[in-house]
Design a protein around this ligand. Structure first.
Ligand SMILES: [Zn+2]
Length: 313
């Protein structure tokens, strides 16, 4: 065999070998479409657009922090088995970003946040990425995720194109209404009290879209360390601006915030309420199936109701 021939043979063998003897994504003939999604927020979007034509698998369940998630072999199976793979992108899935890059040809993978004009993204240094990945907190921005899902489904399964397009159009309209509804609620909080303090910096797009100052104790990723300067800066803001409440998140431990509140209380003689328990905000993951945060619109409404009620006191 010539050197060139040997090379071709090697490429063929390596290409076929993979991990499970699979060279590329499974062939799709007729439905249902098997879609594997990283986060519950992405999965909810795929369910809304795909309806009954799509079976959705989710890698990270309710309350799971995507920044620190390390995938296991069970996840590989779900990904290999899927006709379509959807992830958030923008390095939200910090430890999985590499996996998606390296397996570009192995899976039909789509970053749902991947088509947003970079000019509309917030700059941030996050787990190897350059932009803040929490785009779902601006409802208008999240609409582009719906379009990515719609186009991927139509591309794979043209027989269902009318269904996917109709579902997406109805959902986009619902999101427009949701955006108006929450904006009206958030506008009722007095301007000087529009400050949202949370464990990690997930709400930057929310603040920008709806006119709130946003401060996260941790950076944009939960994998970053909390420095003394950050802690002191937050204490000062809480104490001097007399901010009535700070918010815990369902997917992040709240001990860091608790420690800051004790210090604010002793140094500034100002008591800040820690909003948690059933009122904890959903940040990077939806809630359990029967909770108020079980769906994306439910999560957004829950957060807004909690924020408005705590800051209006
Ligand atoms: Zn986050």
């Amino acid at each position: 065999m010539s050197v060139r021939g040997l090379g071709v043979a090697l490429v063929a063998v390596l290409g076929l070998a993979g991990c499970n003897g699979q060279a590329g994504p499974p062939k799709f003939d007729t439905g249902p479409v098997r879609a594997t999604c990283t986060t519950t927020i992405v999965a909810d979007t795929v369910k809304r657009v795909g309806g009954e034509r799509v079976q959705v698998e989710t890698i990270m369940g309710p309350g799971v922090d995507p920044h620190k998630y390390i995938s296991g072999s069970g996840d590989r199976k779900k990904l290999d088995n899927a006709h379509l793979v959807f992830f958030n992108g923008l390095h939200l899935e910090g430890k999985m970003a590499d996996l998606f890059e390296k397996n570009h040809d192995r899976w039909r993978s789509h970053a749902v946040a991947g088509t947003i004009d970079h000019a509309k993204l917030r700059k941030a240094d996050v787990d190897g990425g350059e932009h803040d990945p929490h785009v779902w907190f601006d409802v208008q921005l999240w609409k582009s995720a719906v379009e990515v899902v719609r186009d991927a489904l139509v591309g794979l399964d043209p027989t269902g194109a009318d269904v996917y397009r109709a579902n997406a159009t109805a959902y986009l309209k619902e999101l427009d209404d949701l955006d108006k509804e929450i904006r009206a609620k958030l506008d009722t909080v007095p301007k000087e009290k529009r400050v949202l303090v949370t464990s990690h910096d997930a709400f930057g797009y929310f603040g920008r879209a709806y006119g709130y100052d946003v401060i996260g104790l941790q950076g944009v990723s939960t994998a970053s360390e909390v420095g003394t300067a950050q802690r002191q800066g937050l204490m000062k803001t809480l104490g001097e601006r007399k901010i009535p409440a700070v918010f815990t998140e369902t997917s992040v431990p709240d001990d860091g915030l608790k420690a800051v509140l004790d210090d604010v209380n002793s140094k500034y003689k100002h008591e800040v309420r820690l909003i948690g328990g059933d009122d904890a905000l959903y940040s990077d993951a939806l809630g359990e199936p029967n909770s108020p945060g079980a769906t994306y619109p439910g999560m957004i409404r829950h957060n807004v109701n909690v924020i408005v009620s705590a800051l209006s006191r």
